[in-house]
Design a protein around this ligand. Structure first.
Ligand SMILES: [Zn+2]
Length: 90
């Protein structure tokens, strides 16, 4: 069977860096290590990328929620900084 190679492709804010094995129990559904536009790493399955379900590490959704609440742009930048700290400690 053909193994799809998504390396280097972009899906929304995510750029695929490398393959990260397959989903447990779903051999055809590969997992991909993606780098979000905010700099965070995020592992996503092929299905989610191709369906457009996952287009960021989650920051895009959080930012949209923040803007719906009438938060300032500065609040979104603060979220990114918090994410960076989480990545450094995990
Ligand atoms: Zn992100």
């Amino acid at each position: 069977m053909t193994v799809l190679d998504l390396t280097g492709q972009r899906f929304g804010w995510l750029t695929v860096r490398e393959r990260r094995g397959s989903q447990p129990g779903g051999g055809h559904n590969a997992l991909w290590l993606c780098i979000c536009a905010c700099g965070a790493e995020h592992t996503v399955a092929t299905d989610s990328l191709q369906a457009g379900n996952t287009q960021s590490c989650g920051c895009k959704f959080r930012r949209r929620v923040a803007s719906m609440r009438g938060r300032s742009r500065r609040f979104g930048d603060h979220l990114d900084a918090a994410d960076a700290r989480e990545d450094a400690t995990s």
